[in-house]
Every structure is written in C-alpha cells, then in structure tokens.
Design a protein around this ligand. Structure first.
Ligand SMILES: Cc1cc2nc3c(=O)[nH]c(=O)nc-3n(C[C@H](O)[C@H](O)[C@H](O)COP(=O)(O)OP(=O)(O)OC[C@H]3O[C@@H](n4cnc5c(N)ncnc54)[C@H](O)[C@@H]3O)c2cc1C
Length: 301
C-alpha cells in the first residue's frame, strides 16, 4: 500500500471542502472511504494510488433510514446490518431486507454501507438491482451544489457512475411501498454466506382493486454490465391476475432472456452458473414470496 494522508472530516461540509481541494476536476488524488470493504482491497492491491484518503465513516448525519411523507430515505453510510435490523424495512420493503441480510458475512454487513455498494457499481452489487426495482433515486452533493437522478440513469457504463470527482452520494430514496405493493428478491450465489451473486432477481408488483397486476418492476442483476429492467417480463405480467399461473412461464422466459444477454464466448459460464432449472427456481421462489405477501394481507395478517 502506498503512503497517503488520512483525513477524517467531522461534517459533510468539511468532507466536501476536502474533496473540492484534492479532487477538483478529473484528478484522482484522493479516495473516499466509507466502510472500506471494497476500497481497502483496491488500495492493498495497488489498483488506486491516492495521495489523500478521506474517511467519511464518522459522518453520522449520513447514517439513517427513515419513512417520511411517503418516501423511504436512506443515508449512504447506513450499513447492511442497520438495514437488516430496521423494523420498517423488514415489514414494508421485503426485497431490500432480503438483500441486506444476504450480503457477505456478518462482518461485511457490519462494515459495508449501502452507499459504498451503489458507488462501487459492481455488476454483482446486491443492492443495485433491488434499489432499481424500487425505482430509487440518488442525491449527489459537492461544493458546487446538489443534484438528484434516478439510479437507472446514474450508471453510464460498467463500474462507472455519474458521480463527479468532487461529489459525494448523500442520500438514496424511493417511494414507500403501499399496501397494494409487494416486493421480493432472491440471489443465487456461488457459495453460501460469502457469496458473490451470480444471478440476482428483484421484483416490485402493484395490484389494482380487482387483484390484477397494475405495475411491475422486475430487475435482473449480475448477468450484464449493470442490473437491467426486464421489460419483456414486466409487460407479460401486466394486467394479468395475481395467481401462480400468471407467473409460471416467467422462469422459462427469463432463462431465454439471460441466454441471449450473455456473449457467445461465455456460453460455458451460462451452463455452469445459470442453469435453466436454477433460474426457473429463483423466479418461482421470488414470485411465490410476492403471492404470499398479498395472501397474508388479504387475511389481515
Ligand atoms: C468478503 C467480502 C464479501 C462481500 N460480499 C458481498 C456481497 O455478497 N454482495 C455485495 O453486493 N457486495 C459484497 N462485497 C463488496 C462490499 O462489501 C460492498 O460493495 C459494500 O457495500 C461496500 O461498502 P463500503 O462502505 O465498504 O464501501 P468502501 O469500500 O468504503 O467504498 C466503495 C467505493 O464507494 C466509494 N464511496 C463510498 N461511499 C461513498 C459516498 N457516500 N459518496 C461517494 N463515494 C463513496 C468509495 O470511494 C469507493 O470507491 C463483499 C466484499 C468482501 C470483502
């Protein structure tokens, strides 16, 4: 690891001043560190050579999860363990609760932040597909001001975001699911517990008053450079009744879609990790969770 100056700002304002000083335009003189679970490995492996490391981990003003005026607002320093423990997330945003509970190991969940996961922009980043299925937005701040954008627009290319060198991610937010919305997620990993996701599937379904599907947001992670909305599946289920029969063909449809997304040279990988049966199974399980959720609500549980 190369020598660097280590800064621990006491406020967001101070952090932004440091970023403006050391990263004014396209310079990579500084690196931001939150939980450090990704960035420390990059520093150790000489993938980054900053002269200044700005540790934002002590900025408690960026660590919160609140339900406010119909929105869920999450500070970027909120750890996966925080989200896993949050009663509102557990009750009302099941997909995010599943995602938070299934990242890495307990140690990684205690340190790893949702902001670090979003900024790291790995195709296999667990929170990205789930946040996309919730149609989340991000708030970015710098000494120059504040801007917001949909998460989907935030990712321009693989492992690249729209974050400017002097900006910090300061909030992630999305509409709080109402009683007519159910969410679910499922990930298929290589190994239990420390799994890096091989296929991630996140779904939001909204019902109308006659129990038909009024809105569907379906996202596939880890099979392409960034997680993608699967419009073909979304359109297929739209307007159909909320029953098992509606979702039955979705597994087969999804494995065909994934097969077509993967470059020919990776066909062997598809056979190894994306077995048709596994994809059918995660699709079935995810939609089963959606149906169970609505059934419990009908029974008033
Ligand atoms: C053993 C192991 C297992 C793992 N398992 C999983 C897994 O199952 N699923 C998964 O998705 N990930 C996994 N990861 C990856 C990692 O833990 C997550 O991506 C984590 O959420 C990163 O958060 P962090 O706070 O540690 O980020 P850091 O390492 O501190 O930062 C990551 C990147 O984000 C930038 N950054 C952080 N916060 C901000 C901010 N607010 N504004 C601007 N830039 C910021 C940093 O500069 C850096 O570029 C694993 C990692 C390890 C080592």
């Amino acid at each position: 690891m190369k020598d660097f100056d280590f800064h621990t700002p006491g406020s967001l304002r101070e952090a932004l001043v440091l970023l403006a000083k050391y990263n004014p335009s396209t310079s990579t003189r500084s690196a931001v560190i939150a939980g450090g679970t990704d960035v420390v490995i990059e520093l150790r492996d000489f993938k980054r050579h900053p002269e200044h490391v700005i540790n934002i981990n002590k900025l408690n003003e960026l660590r919160y999860c609140k339900f406010e005026n119909g929105k869920v607002r999450i500070g970027p320093l909120t750890t996966f363990a925080d989200l896993e423990r949050d009663a509102g997330i557990r009750e009302k945003v099941k997909s995010l609760h599943y995602c938070a509970s299934n990242v890495g190991s307990p140690q990684i969940r205690n340190l790893g932040t949702i902001g670090g996961n979003v900024i790291n922009a790995s195709p296999a980043g667990d929170s990205i597909s789930t946040l996309m299925s919730l149609d989340a937005s991000v708030v970015l701040e710098s000494g120059r001001g504040r801007r917001e954008m949909k998460l989907q627009d935030f990712y321009a290319h693989c492992q690249k975001t729209q974050l400017a060198p002097d900006e910090l991610l300061t909030e992630i937010y999305f509409d709080a699911p109402t009683n007519d919305i159910a969410t679910a997620a499922y990930k298929l990993g290589k190994r239990k517990s420390l799994a890096i996701v091989v296929v991630g599937f996140s779904v939001l379904i909204e019902r109308d008053s006659s129990d038909r599907i009024k809105r569907s947001q379906i996202v596939l992670g880890a099979s392409s450079k960034i997680p993608v909305r699967i419009n073909a599946l979304e359109d297929y289920v739209l307007g159909k009744p909320l029953t098992e029969d509606t979702f039955k063909p979705c597994g087969g449809m999804l494995s065909e879609i994934i097969k077509n997304m993967i470059p020919e040279k990776d066909a062997e990988l598809f056979e190894k990790y994306h077995k048709v049966e596994s994809i059918k199974s995660i699709t079935e399980r995810t939609f089963r969770r959606i149906l169970d959720c609505f059934e419990r609500r009908r029974e008033g549980k």
